[in-house]
Design a protein around this ligand. Structure first.
Ligand code: SAM
Length: 285
């Protein structure tokens, strides 16, 4: 559901609050089999992808989201070989996963058009990741894949849209239960849980659903300028409680050994991200 006012794109953040982007140019627009897709150019954020009127990724601030969704679980794990990405058709999570020495990254995206159009019109987001031989692409509903596959993964990253439309099922207890079965020992699942100030129920519902399945459930935060309303919550669940309490020098060692540069992630940011303000902790019940 896109809404234009002359050269403005208005994206709702909650039912009562909307943000506007000045558009320099509409780059591509299509109604895919699943959603309304638009890519437009803006002076403030570079190229922006929106699905069903909701901003998904922007060229200028995507690193704050993708680095935290990927490097926190991968450096906490320390030896992840097989990674599963659910959603994430823009390729940003895939790009960051493949900076690690992983054996494979399986990306399960419902809407092939998102992949094709982003590769063409937002190539800087995937940056060649779809051509990496370690990338296994599956075009399918992530829920069906998690229910049917017999493979196991060290890390599962749910890079979904919000819990409306096709993304809704990726927040269900049934889906989380299937993910739990697909997680190898010592594995971690992380999820996109919106901005708690505007979307408090995303934290509460995901907390309740994960809590019944995993020994250790929590949230960590990142600050993505496009997702105004303060901090964005990322869900964390594992049966290994030690994974999110690693000493900073262990994370520093792993980060240094990986040998790549980041714009948001550091081992200190990683540990600090688990320190939650009380208004967020209060939602975990
Ligand atoms: N960072 C983003 C945000 O704003 O939350 C998410 C980006 S990513 C583009 C989200 C992707 O999830 C979309 O490409 C969408 O097609 C995909 N998706 C939604 N529901 C899905 C499902 N049930 N199975 C697999 N992929 C799904």
């Amino acid at each position: 559901m896109k809404r234009f006012k002359e050269r403005l794109f208005e994206g709702p953040l909650s039912q009562e609050y909307t943000q506007s982007f000045e558009i320099s140019r509409v780059v591509f627009e299509k109604k895919t089999d699943f959603q309304d897709l638009i890519i437009f150019e803006t002076p403030a954020f570079g190229r922006v992808l929106a699905l069903d009127g909701i901003v998904q990724v922007t060229e200028k601030d995507e690193f704050a989201y993708h680095e935290m969704l990927v490097h926190v679980p991968l450096f906490a794990h320390g030896n992840a070989a097989r990674v599963l990405i659910i959603g994430g058709g823009d390729g940003g999570v895939l790009r960051e996963v493949l900076r690690h020495d992983v054996e494979s990254a399986t990306l399960v995206e419902l809407d092939k058009s998102v992949i094709d159009i982003c590769r063409r019109h937002l190539p800087m987001i995937s940056n060649g990741a779809f051509d990496d031989p370690r990338c296994h692409l599956v075009v399918a509903n992530g829920c069906a894949f998690a229910a049917e596959t017999d493979r196991t993964f060290d890390i599962i990253i749910v890079d979904s849209t919000d819990p409306v439309g096709p993304g809704e099922a990726l927040f269900s207890e049934a889906f989380y239960g299937d993910c739990q079965k697909r997680l190898a020992a010592g594995g971690v699942i992380v999820t996109q849980n919106g901005v708690p100030f505007f979307q408090p129920l995303e934290v509460t519902n995901t907390y309740r659903r994960l809590k019944s399945l995993f020994a250790d459930v929590g949230f960590y935060v990142t600050a993505v300028p496009t997702y105004v309303g303060g901090l964005m919550a990322l869900g964390w669940a594992s049966n290994d409680e030690s994974l999110r309490m690693l000493p900073v020098d262990v994370l520093c060692q792993r980060f240094a050994a990986a040998g790549f540069e980041t714009g948001y992630y550091t081992p200190q940011v990683h540990l600090g991200a688990f320190a939650l303000p009380p208004f967020v902790t209060a939602l975990m019940q």
